[in-house]
Design a protein around this ligand. Structure first.
Ligand code: 13P
Length: 251
């Protein structure tokens, strides 16, 4: 009942020509895939280009961030209404790189999430603990706080397009993937939290993605876990053959 989502977070990589090539290759490589959602999240300058290239393809385009307001004097920011306007369906919010490098707080992430929902863009809310937090046995405390604050005041009716991404910070870009059991454990807790917060319907239908060194070699065992509904893929999403294999996971 939960259609898997395989999403590529390109981060700050690739230039126009490379974007064109990767998308052309990807479009061909995932042709015919119908039972799962495929999403690419290129940097802002290439979103319109990506949407144009993928117009006749089922591959969706998403953004990596958005502003917490729809319009106005916010130099350098990008409105979720603009993202929707150029063809995006989803937006990644609260990625650990933005939390750590840009100082994004749960409160700011929450404001962005509300604004994205208002603009009709489906948020992918990222949560995850650092290595230090895991070692101090604070993993769930951290994730619960990120969920509580990120989704503050949200009504069950507003969660229709919501996706959660569990991305342990220690697994991002390190090659040190969480074990399927570690991922499943946290995903299960997130789903229970969703049930308490929004009820069984929302809990059963909300997709929870795993992110952190997902690759063509480990995707199958991760996707075999009952509460892992997809992947948010960084490095491996920049190579068409690898990402296509991830999309075509066998669980
Ligand atoms: P890697 O797949 O490169 O570890 O990145 C994961 C990530 O941060 C996706 O948002």
């Amino acid at each position: 009942m939960r259609r898997p989502i395989l999403a590529g977070n390109w981060k700050m990589n690739l230039l126009r020509r490379e974007v064109e090539r990767l998308l052309d290759e990807l479009r061909a490589a995932v042709a015919g895939v119908a039972d799962r959602e495929v999403l690419v999240c290129p940097p802002f300058p290439y979103l319109a280009q990506a949407a144009a290239i993928l117009e006749a393809s089922p591959i969706q385009v998403g953004a990596q961030d958005c502003c917490w307001e729809l319009r106005g004097a916010f130099t350098g920011e990008v409105s979720p209404a603009m993202l929707k306007d150029v063809g995006c369906t989803r937006v990644i919010l609260g990625h650990s790189e933005r939390r750590q490098l840009l100082g994004e707080t749960d409160e700011r992430i929450h404001a962005k999430l509300r604004c994205a929902v208002k603009a009709g863009l489906n948020p992918i809310l990222c949560v995850g603990e650092t290595l230090e937090e895991r070692q101090a046995d604070r993993t769930w405390d951290v994730i619960r706080r990120q969920l509580e604050r990120g989704l503050l005041g949200l009504e069950a009716a507003e969660t229709a397009g919501l996706v959660i991404a569990y991305e342990p910070v220690w697994a991002i870009g390190t090659g040190q993937t969480a074990t399927p059991a570690q991922a499943q454990h946290v995903h299960r807790r997130i789903r229970s939290w969703l049930e308490k917060r929004f009820g069984p319907g929302v809990s059963a239908s909300t997709r929870i993605l795993y992110g952190g060194s997902v690759n063509a070699g480990n995707v199958d065992v991760l996707m075999a876990e009952p509460d892992v509904d997809g992947g948010l893929v960084g490095g491996a999403s920049l190579r068409a053959a690898d990402f296509a294999r991830i999309v075509r996971f066998e669980a």
